[in-house]
Write a protein that binds this ligand. Structure first.
Ligand code: MBD
Ligand code: FE
Length: 309
């Protein structure tokens, strides 16, 4: 005969004390959140008859996850980061905001303070042979008017799917640049075509995904933060059409409206005009920002991020 969890007076009392309900100090909202979380964990242990050995395996998993700095990677892989986007979308819809460039997750691999230039940047250091990429577009306001001096902060992987800073074999800020849009709201970038990302195969995120029967791959993509005074900060990515993982992204970042078609350019006149060494892949993408007077909305959300310099 089993008594349901809720009926154990000693468990109820335990969780009230451990969540600080019997203390006058502390943060009331936080106490409630921890109380619910602990209760949910206890109910899971009961419902799935989780053994002490399994429990300590889970605790050790958290140690490994933190030690490998993969907590943010797991949050992306479990769809929780995308869930936050869905909530933000809903809020925007309720405010009647439609037609702007869709947001999508930041992911765990941004590094602040990339070199800043006006109108144009070369993003690659020339070490990765790769396929030459010309990335270009325009930042517009909600009425389609170009926004000059918007900051386009771009980061992407190399041909092995690795990001500088996290991959110490790459030079500082390789494939990371900030470009200010010109008078016509335009940005232009010379880089190399990125490859898709795969979770570290020996890491705790991939280990969890394996037990879910899931892969840990992302399609080839390019990340953007777009900001301009008087406009809502935009965190987004574009995915390159044709990638086998385009609609099978382990981090759920692909969205309608965020797919770019790579175009092969061989015309010598265009090559010369762009001052490129030869044939290349052109990726064009325009952004549309919502207006705001709220200072907070003009900034990217606060979270711990890698800092270089
Ligand atoms: C990435 O490059 C990425 O963008 C996300 C969201 C997760 C892991 C690696
Ligand atoms: Fe990425």
């Amino acid at each position: 005969m089993s008594i349901s969890f809720d009926q154990h007076q000693d468990v109820i009392k335990l969780l009230k004390i451990s969540s600080g309900f019997t203390s006058e100090n502390g943060d009331p909202r936080f106490k409630k959140i921890i109380h619910q979380l602990l209760g949910d964990i206890c109910r899971l242990v009961e419902q799935y008859d989780i053994s002490a050995e399994e429990f300590w395996q889970a605790i050790n998993y958290l140690h490994t996850l933190g030690g490998r700095q993969e907590a943010a990677l797991l949050a992306a892989g479990l769809g929780l980061e995308h869930f936050l986007d869905l909530r933000d979308d809903q809020r925007e819809q309720a405010q009647g905001l439609t037609g702007g460039t869709p947001r999508t997750i930041e992911g765990p691999l941004y590094v602040a303070n990339a070199p800043l230039s006006e109108g144009f940047a070369r993003m690659d250091d020339g070490e990765d042979a790769g396929e030459l990429m010309w990335l270009q577009g325009q930042v517009n306001d909600a009425d389609g008017r170009p926004l000059a001096d918007a900051v386009v902060d771009i980061w992407h992987a190399n041909t092995l799917g690795n990001y500088s800073f996290f991959d110490k074999s790459q030079s500082d800020f390789n494939l990371r640049r900030r470009v200010k849009t010109d008078a016509n709201g335009r940005y232009r970038v010379r880089s190399i075509v990125p490859s898709g990302y795969g979770c570290p195969p020996d890491g705790p995120t991939q280990a969890l995904l394996n037990r879910l029967g899931r892969h840990g791959n992302r399609p080839a993509h390019i990340h953007f933060f777009i900001s301009a005074p008087g406009h809502k900060h935009l965190t987004t990515q574009i995915n390159l059409n044709g990638d086998r993982y385009l609609w099978d992204d382990f981090a759920f970042a692909t969205r309608d409206g965020l797919i770019a078609d790579p175009v092969k350019i061989t015309d010598p006149a265009i090559v010369a005009q762009r001052d490129l060494p030869g044939a290349h892949t052109e990726v064009s993408f325009n952004f549309s920002l919502y207006p705001t007077t709220d200072d907070e909305e003009q900034q990217r959300i606060k979270r711990a991020r890698a800092l270089q310099d």
